[in-house]
Design a protein around this ligand. Structure first.
Ligand code: HEC
Ligand code: HEC
Ligand code: HEC
Ligand code: HEC
Ligand code: HEC
Ligand code: HEC
Ligand code: HEC
Length: 436
């Protein structure tokens, strides 16, 4: 542990130097920006985007980590620690993994893959083993893949075991598990679904052949973690320095690098305004929307290396989210930003933001409290449906106007039965079916 900041002249000098360095970087970055503006005309979007060189990476020394923020923002840090954002990626230990390792509950037979899986715990470590028999020989002789699976020539069951190293997903909906092979990061074939409360074949595995070979690319980690150092920055490869990893979504993902702010004791000021930290509430509306859209508007196409977007920047310079109306854009999975924008509430009011309804520092999502936010802009008119709904209406506008719908693009395979994840639609409107 380090001392609290802002003690002694040496530290002060170091802080000032660092502040200058960071300012210099910021100035340099904004100059680059200034030249690259105005925004590219829409026809240039269709040309294949290229990832810019790695000079856009932020110096990691500008970040301090959540433990330092917590020294001065204890209350926020304590409640934030309970949120899905904080818990969305973790080291795989007994607390983080939600699936069951007890005998009788630790197996999974996949008809689709023709593989038997077993999940086992040994000496505080957790493993997945896939076994298959001779009849599936040809299915798994996947020549041409980066890591072909050997087929046992004797025809007896062949198996392969890999460890649970990292967990992706807080578990509200489900979890994926990852493992390292040297510097390469892959997804394990068995995942967990909270909807059916059991192990399932990971939705990413549709190919019969490649069972342990799904690479975890930077964009996946950018939405579910704070930092991974690529071995080849800017390239779409699943190779990272495993010791240079910040799991969970940390304070600085939404507030920007905080060393200058932390080392000045929170009071560094330039022309009277706090500097060195971003308060999203003080950003222009479009930049606030960008921050949440960074992870809540679909994968898009990266225009700069992963982990280089900083809150307050124009998101479209880092990420091309496209403007198409393809069916997947309307999907309820991970598309809250796009759906909110389709709502008349958003189009006809200048003030509807994600933070109108969500306090991201707290885990709670109480429908009655959420409904109070609707009433800040609406009176309940005595329409037919409202009158029919009667009293309970006051505590729940949500289930009728933001119903829970099935994802159309994600499909889970649960013992051969297809199950679709159910998510809250953020397209606020009049839906035909009443849930009551
Ligand atoms: C040494 C104590 C200290 C540390 C460490 C610290 N802060 Fe602060 N922070 C403050 C103080 C004091 C203020 C209030 C400043 C003011 O009112 O002008 C503040 C204000 C803020 C604000 C609001 C700024 C604004 O313009 O409204 C944010 C956001 C913030 N801190 C986030 C963070 C984050 C994130 C970290 C970790 C990277 C962090 N702080 C670390 C003391 C600290
Ligand atoms: C760096 C990516 C990232 C950013 C930025 C981000 N989110 Fe999220 N958010 C996620 C991920 C990933 C999840 C799913 C976490 C999980 O359950 O594992 C999530 C989940 C949520 C949830 C559901 C929480 C729950 O308990 O199920 C809400 C609400 C939410 N985000 C709101 C916001 C808002 C509002 C903003 C902007 C202020 C924002 N997010 C910014 C990645 C992000
Ligand atoms: C564009 C950002 C983004 C990308 C890329 C992304 N996710 Fe997500 N993911 C989210 C958000 C947001 C949620 C919250 C649920 C929702 O809105 O669908 C989520 C939910 C999840 C969940 C369920 C979490 C829970 O709370 O139960 C898992 C597991 C998951 N993602 C795994 C992955 C994996 C593995 C990858 C990469 C192979 C990936 N995601 C890529 C944003 C993203
Ligand atoms: C997912 C994005 C996100 C994360 C992660 C996040 N914040 Fe915030 N934070 C926000 C937003 C958005 C606001 C502005 C809220 C509003 O509109 O009033 C904010 C406001 C603040 C403020 C100033 C207003 C206040 O409530 O006092 C402080 C201080 C702060 N955050 C500290 C933290 C700290 C410390 C952490 C980590 C423990 C953290 N935040 C994590 C998005 C985030
Ligand atoms: C920031 C203000 C604001 C908030 C918060 C808000 N709305 Fe709206 N909403 C509006 C405006 C403005 C309109 C457009 C009114 C019009 O068309 O005259 C609207 C339209 C609607 C409509 C009609 C939609 C259509 O397609 O015809 C419904 C239904 C609705 N809102 C429900 C809700 C519900 C439910 C909530 C809470 C979950 C909510 N609104 C939150 C401002 C808001
Ligand atoms: C039982 C389902 C249900 C509930 C609960 C419900 N609504 Fe509605 N709402 C509807 C339907 C359906 C309509 C279309 C008019 C009709 O058929 O009566 C509507 C219409 C609206 C409209 C547009 C009509 C207009 O002229 O203003 C708004 C705004 C609205 N509702 C807001 C709300 C708010 C705010 C709440 C919570 C206090 C709420 N609704 C609760 C089903 C519901
Ligand atoms: C008008 C209020 C409102 C606004 C605005 C709003 N949300 Fe939500 N959000 C909700 C409600 C209500 C839920 C469901 C809570 C529940 O079911 O427990 C929810 C749930 C979520 C979830 C969890 C998804 C799930 O299916 O469980 C995520 C992620 C999320 N919101 C992100 C966002 C983001 C990002 C924005 C801005 C683009 C946003 N929300 C804007 C009201 C809102």
């Amino acid at each position: 542990m380090r001392d609290p900041p802002a003690h002694g002249i040496r530290r002060f000098c170091a802080a000032s130097l660092l502040m200058l360095a960071v300012l210099a970087v910021l100035v340099e970055r904004s100059e680059v920006r200034a030249q690259s503006k105005p925004e590219a005309p829409s026809e240039s979007r269709s040309s294949k985007p290229t990832i810019a060189n790695q000079s856009t990476f932020l110096p990691r020394a500008a970040f301090v980590g959540d433990a330092i923020c917590a020294q001065c923002h204890r209350e926020i840090a304590d409640s934030y620690a309970q949120t899905s954002h904080h818990q969305t990626s973790r080291v795989a230990d007994g607390n983080a993994i939600l699936g069951d390792f007890r005998d009788g509950s630790n197996g999974l037979w996949s008809r689709k893959l023709n593989v038997r899986f077993a999940m086992n715990a040994r000496d505080g470590k957790f493993y997945q083993t896939a076994s298959w028999g001779s009849e599936s020989k040809t299915s798994f002789a996947n020549e041409g893949s980066a890591h072909p699976v050997r087929v046992n020539p004797s025809g007896s069951p062949y198996s392969r075991t890999e460890p649970f190293d990292l967990v992706i997903g807080s578990g509200v909906r489900g979890q994926n598990y990852l493992y390292w092979r040297e510097e390469e990061l892959f997804e394990l074939p068995v995942a967990y679904s909270a909807q059916v409360r059991q192990w399932i074949v990971s939705p990413g595995y549709t190919n019969r052949a490649a069972i342990f070979d799904r690479p975890i690319l930077p964009r996946c980690l950018e939405c579910h973690a704070s930092y991974f150092q690529s071995v080849y920055p800017g390239l779409e490869l699943n190779m990272y320095k495993s010791q240079d990893v910040v799991l969970g979504i940390s304070c600085e993902v939404c507030h920007g690098p905080g060393r200058v702010h932390a080392e000045s004791g929170g009071v560094a000021a330039l022309h009277g305004a706090a500097i060195g930290i971003v308060n999203p509430a003080k950003l222009p509306a479009a930049r606030q929307d960008d921050l949440c859209a960074f992870c809540h508007a679909g994968a898009g196409v990266e225009l700069r290396p992963a982990f280089s977007y900083v809150p307050g920047e124009v998101l479209s310079e880092s990420l091309d989210l496209g403007e198409s109306e393809s069916p997947s854009d309307s999907d309820v999975h991970g598309r809250q930003s796009l759906l909110m924008r389709k709502s008349r509430c958003f189009k006809m009011s200048a003030t509807l933001r994600c933070t109108t309804c969500h306090d991201v520092h707290r885990p709670e999502m109480d429908l009655a409290r959420m409904s109070q936010h609707c009433l800040a802009c609406h009176e309940v008119k005595p329409t037919a449906a409202h009158t029919r709904a009667g009293k309970q209406i006051q505590s729940n506008c949500i289930d009728c106007h933001m119903p829970i719908l099935e994802s159309k693009i994600i499909e889970l395979d649960v013992d051969g039965t297809k199950v679709r994840p159910r998510l809250r639609s953020h397209w606020i409107k009049i839906y035909p079916a009443s849930p009551w």
